[in-house]
Design a protein around this ligand. Structure first.
Ligand code: 5RP
Length: 236
């Protein structure tokens, strides 16, 4: 039986596609995770699906595009994306997000940054208003492998509690991203909305950091699927 959470992922994803994908859109960014599965599914059901080229944010995303028989593109060829849809691990009241729970944050941020419209889809557990309130695993940070120890020290110095994400039990040693890097998850406790941008800049300034999972002022809209079957839309 489909769980309420799964249903809420589906309704928000379907609503996001139905209300935002326009006839003039040609290039679509497809994010990663379990909620965007329904984004690809919905686009795959459209009679005009052949008019779109979809840009993936990682291995799983690429498979979603292929499985739904959508046209697959890449950022090298299409550097300007009309609209991108993605999930989130947590969303604050300004639509800043923590992303990277699935270790795809670098490609996700590249696609979001290239998109004219960036739409978040998530079930209502993710919309807490303050980053770090519900998502307790920390901010995902992609780092060059041989810099991890240096960056662990630097993150501790700015008040974080960092750990290298383990690949166990599937793999001994750290998770390796689609880009061949490590992920550090760094808990900063609750991050006030006014502090998110500054924290992101501090982490980005550390040499060896490739990208952070803090998506600051990137999303224009979020579609939140509620357990009662309704969808809440938030815009900035
Ligand atoms: O950032 C991500 C992957 O890196 C995902 O978008 C995020 O983890 C949300 O996933 P889900 O829709 O399964 O909750």
């Amino acid at each position: 039986m489909t769980s309420l959470v799964e249903k809420s992922k589906k309704i928000c994803a379907y609503a996001a596609v139905d209300e935002n994908l326009k006839p003039n859109h040609k290039i679509i960014g497809i994010g990663s995770g379990s909620t965007v599965v329904y984004i690809a599914e919905r686009i795959g059901h459209l009679p005009n699906k052949d008019q779109f080229t979809c840009i993936p944010t990682g291995f799983q995303s690429k498979q979603l595009i292929i499985d739904n028989k959508l046209n697959l593109g890449n950022l090298e060829e299409f550097s300007k994306i009309d609209i991108a849809f993605d999930g989130a691990d947590e969303i604050d009241s300004n639509l800043n997000c923590i992303k990277g729970g699935g270790a795809c944050l670098l490609q996700e941020k590249l696609v979001a940054d290239s998109a004219d419209n960036f739409i978040i889809v998530a079930d209502d557990r993710k919309s807490t208003g303050v980053l770090g309130k519900g998502w307790k695993k920390g901010v995902p940070i992609e780092v060059v492998p041989n810099a991890y120890n240096k960056i662990l020290n630097e993150l501790s110095k700015i008040g974080g509690n960092p750990t290298v994400r383990p690949g166990t039990p599937a793999k001994a040693g750290p998770v390796i991203t689609d880009n061949g890097n490590f992920i550090i998850d760094c808990d900063f406790g609750e991050i006030p909305v006014a502090d998110v941008k500054d924290l992101n800049s501090k982490i980005k300034a550390m040499v060896g950091v490739v990208e952070t999972g803090l998506f600051v002022n990137m999303a224009q809209k979020a579609y939140i699927g509620n357990a009662d079957g309704t969808v809440t839309t938030v815009s900035v």
